[in-house]
Design a protein around this ligand. Structure first.
Ligand SMILES: [Zn+2]
Length: 265
């Protein structure tokens, strides 16, 4: 009997790790009641945004829970490029973790809760610190679309100044009140800049928010170059051009390319 148990242990250990993991992960997710397909898409969005330099060791992407619109899914406190399905946590609008220890969550999870509560149209949120966008939050130069891929910026990009909401802070959105203040600053726009900190982009789908975050970052880089090259004289998309070009691109093609690229690694 004892020999048989030892033999079974040896056989289990001899199985390739990859062969053991998928079933275990699937069971863990099923036990938590999460939609595995949505979790996988969120993990993919984390890897895509990390691979494209929008997210680095910091920043995060979330999606509204398709089983409960009053909840959202977000990874635990970790770099986006390292996120796995087991790292996804369910939150309520106050950014309280559902069924797990809240201390494992991102400090700035309140960004997501505040926006999902204020904006029923929003299905996905990205918060990032890409260096390209920072200058537009700390100067009087508004971020505007310089090319058609960023037409959505034509709606205007507000700047959230945390000092006006909470005085002198460490700049982080670390409670429900700050999340609500940020959501009020975003209002009905697709993006908001955080002074001396970064940006937040929202969208009606994960692939759209990934596209917007990527092209907002590209636009910031290009706009700074155009201002330098043109000694401040830049021809931006006019409001109608911005509106028409924004309506054209759901970023499906970009998502398909990024997905294949990330999964091939
Ligand atoms: Zn941040």
């Amino acid at each position: 009997m004892k020999r048989r148990r030892v033999l079974l242990c040896v056989l289990a250990a001899a199985l390739p790790l990859a062969a053991q993991r998928p079933a275990a992960k699937e069971n863990a997710r099923a036990q938590r009641g999460l939609n595995s397909k949505l979790v996988d898409e969120l993990v993919l969005a984390n890897h895509i945004l990390a691979a494209n330099g929008v997210l680095d060791a910091y920043g995060h992407v979330s999606v509204r829970d398709d089983r409960n619109p009053n909840h959202f899914l977000l990874a635990r406190h970790m770099a986006a490029g390292l996120v796995t399905p087991d790292d996804i946590i369910e939150y309520d609008f106050d950014s309280n973790a559902v069924g797990v220890d809240a201390s494992t969550g991102y400090t700035e999870r309140f960004i997501h809760g505040g926006i999902y509560k204020a904006r029923p149209d929003v299905m996905s949120v990205v918060h990032f610190h890409a260096p390209e966008v920072i200058p537009f939050g700390v100067t009087s130069v508004p971020l505007q679309p310089v090319f058609h891929m960023a037409g959505f910026l034509g709606e205007g990009v507000p700047i959230f100044d945390i000092r006006k909401a909470a005085g002198e802070t460490d700049m982080l959105i670390r409670n429900v009140a700050l999340g609500q203040a940020l959501a009020a600053s975003l209002a009905s726009k697709p993006a908001v800049l955080l002074r001396g900190h970064g940006a937040v982009v929202v969208a009606p789908a994960l692939h759209v928010v990934a596209g917007r975050a990527y092209y907002m970052t590209a636009n910031a880089r290009l706009q700074a170059q155009a201002i330098q090259l043109g000694a401040g004289k830049v021809t931006y998309l006019d409001p109608e051009e911005a509106r028409k070009s924004a309506a054209q691109d759901g970023f499906e093609r970009a998502w398909a390319l990024w997905k294949q690229t990330v999964m091939a690694k």
